[in-house]
Design a binder for this molecule. Structure first.
Ligand SMILES: [Zn+2]
Length: 476
């Protein structure tokens, strides 16, 4: 943790009047600035009963620490967007599903929004906490922070301990039960812990353990460490039907662990490049990392990248096969036991593989492999199970980054711009169609990637070709 103050801090100030031991003023700050109950205003604490806060931490400890996915198949950017996306989804579905999912969404809100935990106090500003990998997403008053997970977790634990001590010291008998419940907040059987951390229902979690498809977590800490690549893969695939989850896990287990020093080195380089660019939007991060990767690999800007050869040279095992479901594009796996590997589903609806063309020449597979390479390089500190499916549970920002990495790695914006300028900066439909074709052929990408990069290229010269390029090759 170092000597610096915790980034997230629960400031609980007892109100010293006799007989009101549980009454205190609560404010929450981030990096020394008050963020709740009033953003930016120090000294605006809310009067609460501290046992309410302890009960909240106790009851929702498992979801707060272990859960990383939403309870229904939507994938919002921020926890506060869950209900809005759910409502859109429900409008298209039958009443029975909507009713069942409404219960799940409400339960999610109770667990992840601290403002709901104070009896009798309503209409407070929301305060959301949700884990995402080694970060805790905190959201209030329209702002979002990505805080280091371990540190944040420690602060929640200390706040709970502080409250417990204060209550027990005042009246050990009265508060014994609350103290016991707090002490056993992380108890749970393996199936239950796996269910929370992988976002699976309990029966399925139990079944996957019994079948040997997944290893049972040894403890709460083991589950919270989240460093088992197969469990991560199960989480990513978790919105699919059960047999498809099993299928994908068995695919992942096929990638036996191997040395990949070159991949580690490149990963370190790309991560280093992003260190002071964490605040950039994900798509910019993807481009910056791709440019650095091309540089390290000595691929000239106008050169077609042989992504299959690159993967092989980095020590990534690449396989392609036709498997179900058609919505499954591929997976990346890398951890202590499996990988690094990339699987490309030649049966995917998106890949449209024709038998006559080898995978290395198939432009959709090239794009997917470059995308998986980004996951291997940037996501997960060498613990990763990335699954590309229609109902992916990958955080949208991580997906955006991988997508823009793939585009830039295979076709740098500067190269698209160079050709566009060489052709006399065309803006007419026919000339642009030809240019998209030429870029796609020369760089070995799909028409939609070529059109998308051409949009960027024109934008970088302050020309807006979005509408016409969208009509030539719609974004996918
Ligand atoms: Zn992805």
């Amino acid at each position: 943790m170092g000597m610096s103050a915790p980034r997230l801090s629960f400031d609980i100030e007892p109100l010293a009047s006799a007989g009101r031991i549980a009454t205190a003023r609560l404010s929450i700050s981030i990096d020394g600035t008050a963020v709740w109950p009033v953003l930016g205003e120090t000294g605006q604490g809310l009067e609460i009963q501290i046992d309410d806060l302890l009960a909240y931490f106790t009851e929702y400890w498992k979801p707060l620490i272990l859960r990383q996915v939403y309870p229904i198949p939507v994938n919002p950017y921020r926890p506060s967007d869950l209900r809005r996306e759910a409502v859109v989804r429900w409008a298209a579905l039958g009443g029975a599903i909507a009713e069942r999912e409404e219960t799940a969404v409400s339960a999610f809100e109770d667990a992840h929004d601290l403002s709901r935990s104070f009896g009798g106090l309503f209409g407070l500003p929301h305060f959301w906490m949700m884990r995402s990998g080694n970060q805790m997403i905190v959201e209030t008053a329209g702002r979002t922070w990505h805080l280091p997970f371990a540190e944040t977790c420690e602060e929640l634990g200390s706040a709970g301990d502080w409250i417990r001590d204060r209550l027990v010291q005042s009246d050990p008998v009265k508060w014994a039960r609350a103290a016991d419940a707090w002490a056993s907040r992380d108890h749970g059987d393996a199936a239950g812990l796996l269910a929370w951390s992988a976002g699976l229902d309990r029966e399925l979690a139990q079944a996957l353990i019994s079948e040997g498809a997944l290893e049972a977590p040894q403890s709460f800490t083991d589950a919270a460490n989240d460093n088992d690549e197969l469990r991560i893969a199960a989480r990513m695939a978790g919105a699919l039907p059960e047999d498809q989850i099993r299928e994908i896990l068995s695919m992942a287990r096929g990638f036996k662990g191997r040395e990949a020093g070159a991949l580690v080195e490149l990963s370190t380089e790309c991560t280093k490049t992003l260190l002071d660019r964490r605040i950039y939007p994900p798509f910019v991060q993807g481009e910056v990392a791709a440019a650095r990767a091309r540089e390290v690999l000595h691929i000239a800007s106008n050169e077609r990248a042989d992504i299959f050869a690159v993967a092989k040279a980095l020590g990534v095992e690449v396989r392609s096969l036709v498997v179900e479901p058609r919505s499954f594009d591929g997976l990346a796996i890398w951890g202590t036991k499996y990988g690094p590997g990339a699987f490309l589903n030649t049966g995917s609806g998106r890949h449209r593989v024709r038998e006559a063309i080898p995978p290395e020449e198939n432009v959709s597979l090239r794009v997917t492999l470059a995308h998986e390479l980004c996951h291997l390089l940037l996501d997960g500190d060498h613990t990763l199970g990335a699954i590309e499916v229609l109902k992916s549970r990958m955080p949208p920002s991580v997906e955006q980054r991988a997508k823009s990495f793939a585009g830039e790695f295979l076709l740098p914006t500067s190269s698209a711009a160079a050709l566009w300028i060489e052709k006399g900066r065309p803006s007419g439909r026919q000339a642009l169609e030809e240019l998209v074709e030429e870029l796609a052929r020369q760089y070995g990408v799909t028409r939609s990637v070529a059109a998308w990069k051409l949009q960027h290229a024109a934008q970088s010269h302050e020309v807006d070709l979005d509408a016409i390029l969208d009509s030539i090759a719609p974004r996918r």
